[in-house]
Design a protein around this ligand. Structure first.
Ligand SMILES: NC(=O)c1ccc[n+]([C@@H]2O[C@H](COP(=O)([O-])OP(=O)(O)OC[C@H]3O[C@@H](n4cnc5c(N)ncnc54)[C@H](O)[C@@H]3O)[C@@H](O)[C@H]2O)c1
Length: 416
């Protein structure tokens, strides 16, 4: 039997929608998004997220979803969870989505509600955005509560039916005060299997940034190593596999065509922005950002050097990561677009992206499985659905940027 607590979730994207489904197992939920098309789809039980099946949405009540014109429903929510974009604008954190939403919901706020921010933000942002305005209407920590809990979802790996993978990811929680912390502990303690209490909002905000910087630095490192070992005629994947046999002190990170998504290309820059503001430096972080950009240029350059404009080319995978439909900052998409601009004869196949508009022209994912029709295949995103045996058998020339064929020394495979 569900508890009588109402939880509103604002921003139903890669973070908000899975969270809504998880919380709905225990509490009443209301989902808000300014994208009216998304709300229409959700109301019909149609998913736009590759990790969520329509059947999961069909289980929800019909009055679950609202656009931002119905923010009056916020007043019946005990918890308001904000899962909005936090992009960069001219290399500075752009918190305007969160700030504007807060302005819109402000008049519907009432005593004893709790706001939880889930977006990835710069250190200090939660206080900067909410503290002053909340205190104008309420007494923060006494009759209104503010919390921060960074999302750690791993898109493409959500266990769809029982959500075990998702709810097993330890959830960092933090509060503006101890009373705030108690509020978030009550809710998230019931929906996640494991929670970790941070001492302050800032510790939780910075921990999230550190997690993504750690990935950016380590991916940057293996991408840099890849460019060097390629010159030495050694396969980086074989080197990483050998190093990873060490039972301690080595964590495996994989090189690829670059980094994408909403976290790794963005969060390190929040930190370097903050460093500059505090008259400090983040050389290491800046280098990793550069190394991850360089590898995309290096791969593109290698491909361009080896192909003729008349060659019929097939790009496999456009999304930034395997088994998801997210194109944001995707290095595979950048390479695809570059080849189009250079007027190469190009097609693509991606089970998650049916069509794509590049400079006003619509490209459709090819349905063909006859790989011998192409002069070259560029494996950019290694979706599980691809038939790698068939691609290997029929492909005339394969550029492998993901180490799928790392064990093969064949003249038709070009390891990049
Ligand atoms: N995608 C991930 O894997 C991931 C993982 C961890 C953290 N994050 C962080 O979580 C936050 C959200 O990311 P996401 O990937 O879910 O973004 P998203 O773009 O997938 O979803 C954001 C949603 O918010 C809606 N929206 C935008 N402005 C709005 C407004 N003013 N009012 C109402 N709705 C609005 C959009 O229509 C969209 O549906 C970001 O800070 C991101 O860095 C993302």
């Amino acid at each position: 039997m569900k508890k009588k607590l109402n939880v509103g979730i604002i921003g139903l994207g890669y973070v908000g929608l899975p969270l809504l489904l998880l919380i709905n197992k225990k509490f009443n939920v209301f989902g808000f998004d300014k994208d009216i098309n998304r709300i229409k789809l959700l109301k019909k039980g149609i998913s736009y997220n590759s990790d969520i099946k329509n059947s999961e949405l069909k289980r929800l009540r019909s009055n679950t979803f609202y656009s931002n014109i119905n923010y009056n429903k916020i007043s019946i929510c005990d918890y308001i969870i904000i899962c909005l974009p936090s992009p960069l604008k001219k290399n500075c954190p752009d918190m305007s989505h969160i700030e504007n939403c807060f302005i819109e919901i402000y008049k519907y706020l009432r005593k004893n509600q709790t706001i939880i921010l889930e977006s990835s933000v710069y250190t200090g942002a939660t206080k900067d955005i909410f503290e002053k305005k909340i205190n104008k209407k309420f007494k923060l920590g006494k009759n209104f509560f503010l919390c921060y809990s960074p999302e750690r979802i791993d898109p493409g790996k959500r266990n769809i039916e029982n959500q075990t993978a998702y709810k097993n990811i330890t959830k960092l929680i933090s509060g503006h005060s101890n009373k705030c912390l108690k509020k978030i502990k009550f809710l998230y303690g019931k929906v996640f299997n494991s929670i970790y209490e941070c001492d302050s909002l800032e510790i939780a905000e910075t921990a999230k940034l550190l997690e993504n910087i750690y990935r950016s630095v380590n991916i940057g490192l293996v991408n840099e190593m890849k460019i060097l070992t390629h010159k030495l005629n050694l396969n980086i994947h074989k080197i990483i596999d050998a190093a990873a046999s060490k039972p301690f002190g080595f964590t495996k990170f994989l090189p690829g065509p670059g980094v994408g998504g909403h976290c790794i290309p963005i969060d390190p820059i929040f930190m370097s922005w903050l460093a500059k503001k505090n008259k400090s430096e983040t050389k290491f972080i800046n280098l990793s950002v550069q190394a991850n950009k360089n590898v995309t240029y290096w791969i593109t350059k290698n491909i361009l050097q080896r192909l003729k404009k008349t060659d019929k080319i097939l790009v496999l995978g456009l999304t930034y990561k395997k088994d998801i439909n997210d194109l944001r900052e995707s290095p595979s998409l950048k390479i695809f677009k570059k080849l189009i601009v250079k007027k190469y004869n190009i097609n693509y196949k991606d089970p998650y992206i049916k069509n794509i508009n590049v400079n006003g022209k619509i490209y459709y994912s090819t349905s063909t499985n006859n790989y011998n029709k192409f002069d070259a295949i560029l494996l950019l995103t290694d979706h599980s659905d691809f038939n790698y045996k068939k691609i290997l058998k029929e492909g005339k020339l394969i550029f492998d940027t993901r180490g799928k064929y790392k064990k093969l020394n064949s003249s038709k495979i070009y390891h990049l």
